[in-house]
Design a protein around this ligand. Sequence first.
Ligand code: PEP
Length: 248
Amino acid sequence: SSDRKFFVGGNWKMNGDKKMIDGICAFLTKGPINGNTDVVVAAPYCYLQYSRDKLPANVQVAAQNCYKEKEGAFTGEISPLMIKDVGGSWVITGHSERRHVMGESDEFVAEKTRFAQDSGLGVIPCVGEKLEEREANQTMAVINRQMKALADKIKDWSSVVIAYEPVWAIGTGKTASPEQAQEVHEKIREWLKNTVNADVAKKTRIIYGGSVKGSNAAELAKKPDIDGFLVGGASLKPEFIQIINARG
Ligand code: PEP
């Protein structure tokens, strides 16, 4: 809905080097970027500061993951405070690659979501079903389970943007149809209304991710419960500008 500010995130995943980031920063600087849209790019940890230094001020920086403690003996992990210290203001949690490649549980995702927001970061928790779950009519059972774990921990919904990312649509070129995405977004909003409250349901942005491209973003953006996108592959290319401006 147009009451909720459009939000477009780019998830670079484990791609790029300084040279590639220079190219992305060049097209983001050229824009144009609609001022009514929040734009955030999630860089690999080691390029957070480099990206912040090169990006225009109207693009915020996110990390793709974080740990659930502020410091300590957690070799290889990164704390939300470190993300902030190097210019990040958001973090993605529970991306399907974290859940299904790295084996992160609903509870662990929820714990880091809570800790990141307590540390002052905006958080983009991801939910979504696998193909076999959709085919077994388990889509909402899976999403409601993931949402319940999050809602048990989240206290402040104002810094949360939920990403609905059907696993079968991520990096596959198979986008959910606008109707398929809208159906799930509407049900997530209904779930928020019943489980958290009506105000949170009305205000929380729910963005769609899964093979969003310049060519399909505008149709998806027309749906009333789709408040923006989380974009993988296409966020590395100049067509990302078209996606950012998809609401028109
Ligand atoms: C993602 O990584 O969150 C994603 C949606 O990837 P892609 O756009 O490449 O499907």
